[in-house]
Design a protein around this ligand. Structure first.
Ligand code: C2E
Ligand code: CA
Ligand code: CA
Length: 692
């Protein structure tokens, strides 16, 4: 049941007090007490606060009614009605400062008094409800995880909630009324300032994410970065003027970190930090799209690597070492491949690599070789040195599948097949390709040995003039392999050009040709010019000129007796640089001839400006002379044009008298071919020279 409101009467005249009490009780109010002095009134208010006070102004004791009301107001929210005989304006004015609910002069009009009391109690109830709802509201705002702060239109902080304190770690008492958001540089970046300016112009702004520095937790500590999401909006007065600006901040640092972490875990393998199978498949898919857009011209490989005997290692050294080893393997794999390749962990001890941009099957063998090399040095896991080898399976897009999953599966299948043959090997999903690369890998290994063991020989094939006299020779390489016998150049030169071994091989033969030619000259044989074939790989070497100089000086051969045969494609590959190189060679006094002329795309007129002496018509145009009309046309044109441009013309691969007669008729200058002699070992060639 609702309690009847209690009223305190403060009145120094006992008669009047009782009088009032009577009126109140008659009207159904409860009198909570009567105080004759201010001191007594305060005591009652403290111990048992009433709902309303009827207050006389003139009191006994040390304070008057107005002073008493002021004292009560400091701590309590109790409505006060003055009852007084003082009706002058100045006393009334003084009471105003105490926010009275009413003012009645004696003698009392009962009706007026009860109306005033009812009105005061009603107003008080409303105020209390308002106050309560405000307090409730306040409590809610303080519970919010959002930091709420209020600013004046000038930027002065006027209120904050609890979350604001927590987020910023600042004491609101120190900040309120002092902190001004509009001129507080250190915390606020320029970008943020723009948002704030906008908010103070009365716009609602949302800053989805911003990183700010929170003041250090302790003096001298480092500021702590924090990611905030922020909203600001104005509270407008009725007339539309800005009353205050509200800022809501949310500290999303932890959420962001959790999100990033979740994303990381969904993409990367926990143990090794490598991308996982899903990420790998996605990248494969992108790569497939890329290739499809280019009409599948872009080939890439998927290489699946299994760690050999990983189970044994795990059993022998324990899973902790096993895990560490996998981490080390991951690290090594990452440094082995190109930046645009992607290394991922497939599962367990299996890794997978995207080999982007594969040009030929040979690229695969060089990547396999690179991988083998990378694992030659032991790995250290948990203080233990372990040498591991990888077994490898490779498949290629688009040959071996055109879906990401298929490519992954097929590379695994290739790995499985490789494992069946033994560890430390590799297998290509496509068998024919496999044979080819196996062959090349072996050949390459043997070539490296051949360089060390000096298994290369120069054979010499004479060049004769129109009269049939030997005027020069072409040096042609042969590989005298203990295992393979005499290997012709076409079986190993193309591979050596791809893997760069041609550099060593080329200099060996260049040196040998110069040395031999000089030796024959010293022996008193008629001096001849030796033509050495220069592959385009060699031609591109920056140190070529120095190397030629060195060889000439070491062998003592006069440069006029040396000539290089370079194919037109070798020159045209990088025209500008080539011209410089050719000029340098020419400046040494060494001549240049264009090999296999007619098989490339260059026109003779393009060669006009180059320091070239000789054009060699390719054997393919000589073969069908003089019966094939096209060959006749081409040979005729080449010879005519070459002569017009001042080049000598050599026909290579001449095998019949008929060909020679026709070429003589066309005006060809020199001839080379089986008709005169096959390429001969040096001693046979010398004999031939001696008898000529
Ligand atoms: P090439 O420079 O066009 O050499 C001419 C090739 O035609 C030589 O083959 C030669 O033996 C062959 N030949 C010459 N006359 C006839 C003929 O009448 N009938 C037939 N059927 N063939 C004839 P070889 O020695 O097998 O050399 C093949 C290619 O290997 C050379 O073609 C050259 O491109 C490359 N090569 C040879 N030696 C070297 C070398 O020391 N360095 C480089 N970079 N390449 C070399
Ligand atoms: Ca040649
Ligand atoms: Ca040729």
């Amino acid at each position: 049941m609702e309690q009847i409101p209690g009223i305190l009467i403060v009145e120094d005249e006992p008669i009047t007090a009782l009088d009032i009490k009577g009126i109140l009780e008659q009207s159904g109010y409860r009198v909570a007490g009567i105080a004759e002095t201010g001191e007594r009134a305060l005591e009652i208010v403290r111990t048992e606060p009433p709902d309303l006070i009827l207050m006389d102004i003139i009191l006994g004791g040390t304070m008057n009614g107005i002073e008493l009301a002021t004292a009560i107001k400091e701590r309590h929210r109790i409505p006060i009605i003055y009852i007084t005989s003082l009706s002058d304006a100045s006393t009334f004015a003084r009471t105003l400062s105490t926010d009275p609910y009413g003012y009645i002069t004696k003698p009392l009009d009962t009706t007026m008094l009860t109306h005033m009391i009812d009105l005061a109690l009603y107003k008080q109830r409303i105020a209390a409800t308002l106050h309560e709802s405000e307090a409730r509201f306040r409590a809610i705002i303080d519970q919010l995880p959002l930091a709420v702060s209020l600013y004046t239109p000038d930027g002065v902080l006027t209120d904050v909630n609890t979350a604001w304190e927590t987020i910023w770690g600042l004491d609101p008492q120190e900040q309120i009324g002092r902190f001004n958001i509009r001129n507080h540089e250190p915390v606020i970046s320029r970008g943020l300032q723009n948002y704030i300016d906008e908010a103070f112009r009365g716009e609602s702004v949302i800053i989805p994410e911003m990183t700010v520095e929170r003041p250090p937790d302790r003096p001298g500590g480092a500021p702590r970065p924090m990611i905030l999401r922020c909203r600001a909006f104005p509270i407008l007065e009725k007339g539309g003027a800005i009353q205050s600006i509200v800022f809501l901040h949310e500290d999303i640092t932890e959420r962001k970190q959790a999100e990033e972490q979740a994303l990381y875990y969904s993409m990367f393998d926990n143990l090794t930090g490598l991308p996982n199978r899903e990420v790998f498949a996605t990248r494969l898919h992108t790569e497939i799209m890329k290739s499809k857009r280019r009409g599948n011209e872009y080939i890439f490989g998927v290489m699946c690597l299994g760690t050999d005997r990983f189970k044994n290692i795990n059993e022998m050294h324990g899973p902790v070492t096993g895990d560490k080893l996998l981490k080390e393997i991951a690290k090594r794999l990452k440094t082995t491949f190109r930046a645009d390749d992607l290394v991922a962990r497939l599962e367990g001890d299996k890794f997978i690599v995207l080999l982007s941009d594969i040009k030929t099957a040979d690229d695969i063998s060089s990547i396999v070789r690179k991988t083998e090399d990378a694992f030659r040095a032991p790995l250290t896991a948990a203080g233990i040195e372990l040498t591991v080898s990888m077994t490898i399976g490779v498949c290629l897009y688009p040959n071996d599948g055109d879906k990401a999953e298929a490519l992954i599966k097929n590379s695994e299948a290739a790995l499985y097949m490789a494992k069946q043959r033994g560890t430390g090997t590799y297998h290509l999903y496509d068998h024919t390709m496999h044979e080819q690369t196996i062959h090349n890998l072996r050949l390459e290994k043997d070539l490296v040995v051949a360089i060390d063991n000096q298994e290369f020989r120069a054979f010499y094939q004479p060049k004769v003039n129109r009269e049939g006299a030997i005027v020069g020779m072409e040096s042609l390489i042969r590989w005298q392999s203990p295992a393979r016998g005499l290997v012709p150049p076409l079986h190993f030169i193309p591979l050596a050009e791809k893997n760069g071994l041609i550099k060593d091989i080329g200099y060996i033969i260049m040196y040998e040709s110069c040395r031999q030619t000089k030796e024959w000259q010293t022996m008193g044989l008629p001096p001849l010019k030796v033509a050495v074939n220069l592959s385009s790989f060699q031609f591109r070497q920056p140190c070529l000129i120095d190397k030629i100089k060195e060889i000439l000086s070491v062998t003592g051969l006069d440069p006029q007796w040396l000539e290089f045969e370079i194919t037109e494609s070798g020159i045209m590959e990088n025209e500008k640089e080539s011209i410089g190189k050719l000029n340098e060679i020419n400046a040494l006094g060494v001549s240049i001839s264009i090999d296999d002329f007619g098989t490339g795309y260059s026109s003779l007129s393009k060669l006009k400006s180059l320091p070239i002496d000789t054009i060699k018509i390719d054997k393919s145009f000589v073969d069908d002379l003089p019966h094939d009309a096209t060959s006749v046309n081409i040979a005729t044109t080449i010879i005519d044009l070459a002569h017009n441009l001042g080049f000598k013309v050599v026909a290579e691969g001449v095998e019949t008298k008929e060909q020679i007669d026709f070429l003589l008729y066309l005006g060809c200058d020199q001839f080379q071919g089986y008709y005169y002699s096959k390429p001969l070992p040096s001693d046979e060639f010398r004999k031939k020279l001696s008898t000529a």
